[in-house]
Design a protein around this ligand. Structure first.
Ligand code: DGT
Ligand code: CA
Ligand code: CA
Ligand code: ZN
Length: 596
């Protein structure tokens, strides 16, 4: 079996919206992408590198499992567009064995620290390799020291400015080296879970840790299990095909590495302690500290083994998580809320939110088509939306300033709208297709399309793509200007950050939120697992302000529509209920919310 990984997850690079439909295809594409990346570090033949990249893309774009094609004696992998003889052979090996010797060799040949350094925004593969060679850098900490001591600027081609760029970007690289997107953790958790389901010895099993809490990135996966035979359970765990190493194996805990580097822990506990252990290892640490304080005030003690009456060491709860919270007079708290950000007060006052669920979503108000940088046509996106049970969608391609995505000018935009008009009859009663646009907020301020054009749209998203590094006042002014434009409905990806890759704009989010309220506008929670923008803390703030949140996929392909669930996770972490999210309502209702 192939270890399934997300697009270039190893590197953390890539604009990353995730194809979900054929996991196996994605896993193989990932392997080729990673190889291309590592070959780039070694300055190998650019044509070869391009062939691997192209092959990865071709496989990712296939609309059927490549394993099926491989099995079909009437078809040849090498006949597929973008797949040459070499890649076809390697694909067969991957399908067969789940491994590729060349990838292992490349991983060995390119030092991990160089890959890590290259993740620093503004550095690149070449500079990273040079720094490693010249300064004998073995870790990101070494690099930091070298910058602080001013030794980097002594190398030809590097200056004091580079040192500052490196220092500014180190935190991001450090995170990327250590943490993966929740979406990737979710994929791993499903594979490992499916493998562990085959273990006859295990009677109870549950994921804990930051993964269960739905944090946007996770440091490692924590599995908790009850087993009749602990040794057998651990053996089974070690037999996971994606395992590359066992870090430690003891009586009750075992840690392995999967996908080359990522750590997965499994702890084995007694059935009557399972709930207490689940509560403890779900965390967060801050939540647990607070919970124990509450217990202490009641003369109780909570630890990973149970809830105990202080003096008598008598276990009074712990088989289920509910019993742990109940023992201290609290209702069960959703894992997404366990960050000590007010959940105890809500639990005590019976005000815990009823968190939003995926099934509450009725529409998707941000997606692209092949008119700009999307892969699927208008019709294909509409049909895919129906398949996913949506009642309405807005087509929001880029505006002309986003030239790299061949953004639309008013003429092309109106052509698209004519096409939508022509489709509407066909889709009546099945799907409402809204005429939208993702209009760029220009660097100098103002919108990228004239007002009379925006006035014709059903739905206008405004977003920043250029001048992201402007100072706080300037970028805040730009966004406020967009909010005040009467035709703009919603600010898309309001902070601009990419998890582990790019910091947010310096925007004054509080000022933005106040303006959004004053102008009766909405804010987006972009569900792309690399964005998740707004983040959980901002979402909680938006909820306090009463701002309707729109959870959108920003899909650039049919598969892109499937990222909605990641947005829902983040929304739950922000404490959002169905009522806080605009696209749980009908389009007519949304229009009313927007009317000044
Ligand atoms: P991660 O893995 O960095 O994304 O975050 P977590 O929250 O999964 O952290 P992890 O894997 O180190 O530990 C899982 C949970 O176990 C954590 O949320 C709380 C609990 N825990 C672990 N170590 C400690 C500790 O030293 N003190 C306390 N109070 N709780 C701990
Ligand atoms: Ca963890
Ligand atoms: Ca852990
Ligand atoms: Zn977009």
């Amino acid at each position: 079996m192939v270890l399934r990984r997300h697009k270039r997850s190893q590197s953390g690079f890539g604009e990353a919206f995730f194809g979900i439909e054929s996991v196996e295809n994605a896993a193989i594409a990932d392997v080729f992408d990673e190889m291309a990346e590592l070959m780039e570090f070694r300055s190998e033949n650019p044509f070869r590198i391009r062939a691997y990249r192209g092959g990865a893309q071709a496989i990712r774009d296939l609309d059927e499992p490549i394993a099926e094609i491989a099995k079909d004696s009437n078809r040849k992998l090498a006949d597929l567009p973008g797949i040459g003889k070499t890649l076809a052979e390697k694909t067969l090996v991957l399908l067969d064995t789940g491994r590729l010797a060349q990838l292992d060799e490349l991983r060995k040949a390119v030092p991990q620290v160089v890959v890590q350094m290259a993740r620093i925004p503004g550095l690149g593969a070449k500079k990273a390799a040079k720094l490693k060679e010249m300064l004998e850098i073995e870790s990101l900490d070494d690099l930091k020291r070298a910058c602080q001591e001013g030794t980097v600027r002594k190398i030809k081609g590097f200056g004091a400015k580079t040192e500052q760029v490196i220092l500014d970007g180190l935190a991001i690289a450090q995170q990327a080296a250590e943490r993966i997107y929740w979406a990737k953790g979710d994929q791993l958790a499903h594979q490992i879970g499916a493998h562990m389901d085959q273990c006859k010895s295990i009677t109870q099993m549950q994921w804990a840790g930051s993964y269960r809490r739905g944090r946007e990135s996770i440091g490692d996966l924590d599995l908790l299990a009850v087993a009749n035979d602990r040794g057998a359970a651990m053996d089974h765990f070690e037999a996971f095909p994606g395992r590359s190493q066992t870090i430690a194996r003891g009586e009750t805990k075992i840690s392995i590495r999967v996908a080359g580097a990522f750590q997965v822990d499994m702890r084995l506990v007694e059935a009557n302690q399972f709930g207490a252990a689940l509560q403890y290892f779900t965390g967060s640490q801050a939540h647990n500290v607070h919970l124990r304080r509450i217990a202490k005030e009641q003369g109780l003690k909570i630890n990973e083994y149970g809830v105990f009456r202080n003096e008598q060491e008598l276990q009074i709860a712990g088989d289920t998580e509910q019993s742990v919270y109940q023992a201290v007079g609290l209702r069960w708290i959703e894992p997404e809320l366990r960050e000590d950000r007010g959940e105890f007060q809500w639990a005590q006052q019976n005000e815990l939110p009823k968190l939003i669920e995926l099934s509450d979503i009725l529409g998707d108000l941000h997606m692209h088509t092949s008119a700009t940088d999307g892969k699927a046509t208008l019709h294909e996106m509409a049909d895919a939306a129906i398949e996913r049970g949506l009642r309405y969608i807005a087509i929001t391609d880029h505006s002309k300033r986003v030239s790299m995505a061949s953004g639309l000018d008013p003429k092309r935009l109106r052509q698209q709208w004519d096409a939508i008009d022509a489709m509407r009859g066909d889709y009546e009663g099945r799907l409402l297709i809204l005429k939208g646009i993702e209009c760029d907020i220009l660097e100098k301020g103002g919108m990228d399309l004239p007002d009379e054009c925006l006035a014709e749209a059903d739905w206008v998203l405004a977003s920043v793509h250029y001048g992201q590094k402007q100072p706080r006042d300037q970028i805040t002014e730009r966004i406020l200007g967009a909010i005040e434009n009467p035709h703009v409905d919603c600010i898309a990806h309001p902070s601009g950050r990419l998890i582990n890759r790019r910091p947010p704009y310096e925007v004054d989010m509080e000022a933005v939120m106040k303006a959004v309220v004053a102008n009766k506008k909405m804010m987006e929670l972009n569900a792309n697992p690399a964005r998740l923008d707004l983040n959980d803390v901002h979402l909680a703030a938006a909820k306090r302000h009463g701002i309707p949140i729109v959870i959108s996929t920003d899909a650039h392909s049919i598969d892109g529509l499937d990222v909605m669930k990641y947005g829902i996770k983040q929304a739950r972490r922000g404490g959002l209920e169905k009522a806080n999210v605009a696209n749980t309502k009908s389009w007519n209702h949304i229009k009313k919310l927007l009317t000044p």
